[in-house]
Design a protein around this ligand. Structure first.
Ligand SMILES: [Zn+2]
Length: 161
């Protein structure tokens, strides 16, 4: 990591499994955003199998690309304090101005449509295949991510019991 290189999947999984071996994970845990590729999922699977464990559920929170581009495009961030807003969902009291510190709000490069589109392309190439991967194992659960945030949260909660 110090050399700015990618961490091998084996090391990532080892660090992850060390963490979830701790007391606060004894009733289970949720991995958010990992694995992101088939090779990562395979390494995770192998390591879990060696521990006599397995992934119970893989939850796909499904949101069409155009919704994601729209959502990200509505985000605004304060140049000074880092507070985040959304033009539709969490608008600032004064347009373009941070409620907290009064500084300017901007659309971050990460949230620009062209950046978001590039990330979606990577998602479709590398991450989307996991839907079939976990589907074939019979652990895939689908959640409609276009609904209100609390409804999505409740739907995930129901799956996890
Ligand atoms: Zn601010």
């Amino acid at each position: 990591m110090d050399q700015g290189q990618l961490v091998p999947d084996e090391l990532t999984v080892k660090i992850l499994l060390d963490r979830v071996a701790q007391e606060d994970c004894k009733n289970g845990y949720v991995l958010d955003g990992f694995p992101r590729t088939i090779p990562q999922a395979e390494v995770l699977d192998k390591a879990l199998t060696e521990l006599g464990e397995a992934v119970d559920y893989a939850i796909n929170v499904d949101v069409p690309d155009e919704n994601i581009v729209k959502r990200m495009g509505g985000r605004r961030a304060c140049v000074s304090c880092g507070a985040t807003y959304h033009l539709e969902h969490i608008p600032p009291k004064t347009e373009g101005i941070c409620d907290r510190c009064g500084k300017e709000l901007v659309l971050r490069d990460d949230d620009k449509p062209e950046t978001v589109s590039k990330r979606l392309q990577v998602y479709h190439e590398q991450t989307q295949p996991l839907i079939d991967f976990y589907g074939a194992k019979g652990v895939l659960k689908e959640v409609d991510g276009t609904r209100e945030m609390n409804e999505v949260f409740d739907a995930i909660g129901k799956i996890l019991g």
